[in-house]
Design a protein around this ligand. Structure first.
Ligand SMILES: [Zn+2]
Length: 112
């Protein structure tokens, strides 16, 4: 398994993913429908984030959505609870060769 390197547009936030995505998730919740992220769900132990992303916490959710303060790209989300072994990586920050041919899964986040 090789590591995949991604970054925001300006390069200030860099992501290393030690995981092989097999599908991408599109979510229709109030934040994902705006950011248009294509998510790969992973364990935080398999992802390294470098740089200083800015976090945004929705009022009613237990997730922080992170973006670059310079170029604005949404890079990933993490759980507020550090014991929750799941995070989302926005595959759009990576080479399209990694994700563009993968099946897309629709996540109905607006309904829960
Ligand atoms: Zn940036």
């Amino acid at each position: 398994m090789s590591a995949h390197e991604g970054s925001c547009h300006c390069g200030a936030i860099r992501l290393t993913l030690r995981d092989e995505p097999t599908e991408v998730s599109e979510c229709n919740c109030s934040i994902c429908r705006r950011t248009a992220g294509l998510w790969h769900y992973s364990s935080p132990s398999r992802v390294t984030v470098e740089g200083e992303p800015k976090g945004y916490q929705q009022g009613d959710r237990m997730l922080t959505t992170w973006h670059c303060g310079t170029c604005g790209c949404t890079t990933h989300w993490t759980a507020v609870d550090p014991a929750y072994d799941r995070m989302g990586v926005n595959l759009r920050m990576f080479d399209p060769a990694l994700w563009e041919s993968l099946p897309r899964k629709f996540v109905d986040g607006a309904s829960f």
